[in-house]
Ligand binder design. Structure first.
Ligand code: TRP
Length: 362
């Protein structure tokens, strides 16, 4: 029924402020998709219920992060006139859908989910995994299918979740008849954007490692973080040949620099390839490359910072955006839940045939 429409659903766990890793991996793309005009509807979810699956004892962190994440969304250019921003826990239909989907997934299938496996290891859960956490891929399938999403723009780490969702959709549709929409994942098209390392060169940006550049960082914070970024530890003197592999500054340039940046900030080089060649040959110091990266990043982040400052002056307005978005999202999810219950033939009070059937039996 909704199948001809193009619909986006995506979201983030509110466990802190969003950083440039989120931005490169997914947020920037969302704004491009939003502004492409190709989509009929766009839903962006603050996944607080999912965040609680491994933060049950710390609801204050989630509560505080709701507004941070909302401000991050609005400041990167998510436009509430074009995209619906909503809070997951407010859409109780999602939990109801999850409950029915649970019957379509086996424990062993969840145990094989690579993202869940990695997260269990990371959190040292071992045998004490909360059931809610273990089943969050199912709740994610509910998030996606509740909106008949056709497109899910996310980072690479979410690929197993979309795969799991597709399996649930197939299973549901084959058991109960064609009802749910099969989603496609949309990954960043730039390799470096798939996994932006921390400023210390570690594979993942994380608050606990203190290696993040946040979207809400000040100009001075960003500059300091870039000037102390991890590069090639063997590139000691300017004349030494430098390595690009594992060199965070170059990974960030791969992710963010465009040819126009060279004409503007570093006209001695035509493009990134020329800069890389010089670095490899030797004779190019880290400081010069870092200063260039700083110019590139500031250009990207300063409009975000300015928009954020405007929204920060109007927190009540942001609150209303969340309230209205959550209301609209709930309406759509309720419609899907009706379709699901109808397909499962458990919509007894909406289904006139039920009473007739039962009367015939007794
Ligand atoms: N798991 C996602 C994350 O950790 C958040 C999320 C929850 C999500 N439900 C979703 C993303 C549905 C895309 C679609 O950031």
């Amino acid at each position: 029924m909704e199948n001809k429409k193009k619909i986006i659903l995506t979201g983030d766990r509110p466990t802190g402020k969003l950083h440039v890793g989120h931005y490169a991996g997914s947020l920037k793309r969302r704004v491009e998709l939003q502004d492409s005009g190709e989509f009929n509807q766009i839903f962006i979810m603050i996944a607080d219920a999912q965040a609680l699956t491994d933060n049950a004892d710390n609801p204050a962190k989630i509560r505080e992060s709701i507004m941070e994440v909302a401000l991050d969304y609005l400041s990167i250019g998510i436009d509430p006139a074009k995209s619906t921003i909503f809070i997951q826990s407010h859409v109780s239909e999602l939990t109801e859908l999850s409950f029915y989907y649970m019957n379509l997934v086996t424990v062993s299938r969840l145990q094989r989910n690579p993202t869940v496996k990695a997260e269990i290891q990371m959190r040292n859960f071992e045998t004490s995994i909360p059931v809610g956490f273990f089943t969050y891929p199912i709740s994610q399938a509910a998030d996606i299918t509740a909106f008949h999403a056709t497109t899910v723009p996310v980072g690479e780490d979410q690929a197993p979740m979309i795969e799991q969702t597709r399996e649930i959709v197939h299973k549901f549709n084959s058991v109960y008849g064609e009802t749910l929409t099969e989603p496609q994942i949309l990954l960043p098209d730039n390799e470096a954007c798939l996994r932006l390392p921390g400023t210390d060169g570690k594979a993942k940006m994380s608050k606990s490692l203190g290696n993040c550049i946040y979207l809400s960082d000040t100009e001075e914070d960003v500059r300091k973080k870039i000037m102390s970024m991890f590069t090639d530890p063997d590139h000691i003197r300017v004349q030494d040949p430098g390595k690009l592999e594992g060199n965070t500054v170059f990974t960030y340039l791969d992710a963010f620099s465009k040819e126009g940046h060279f004409a503007e900030y570093l006209p001695e080089y035509a493009n990134l390839d020329e800069l890389k060649e010089h670095y490899k040959r030797g004779g190019l110091g880290d400081v010069k490359v870092k200063k260039f990266l700083n110019s590139v990043m500031q250009e990207e982040l300063s409009p975000i910072r300015a928009r954020r400052a405007e929204y920060e002056k109007n927190i009540e307005g942001v609150y209303e955006i969340l309230r209205e978005g959550s209301r609209a999202a709930k309406e759509m999810a309720a419609e899907t839940l009706r379709e699901v219950k109808h397909a499962m033939r458990i919509d007894y009070f909406e289904d006139a045939a039920f009473l007739a059937e039962q009367k015939g039996r007794f």
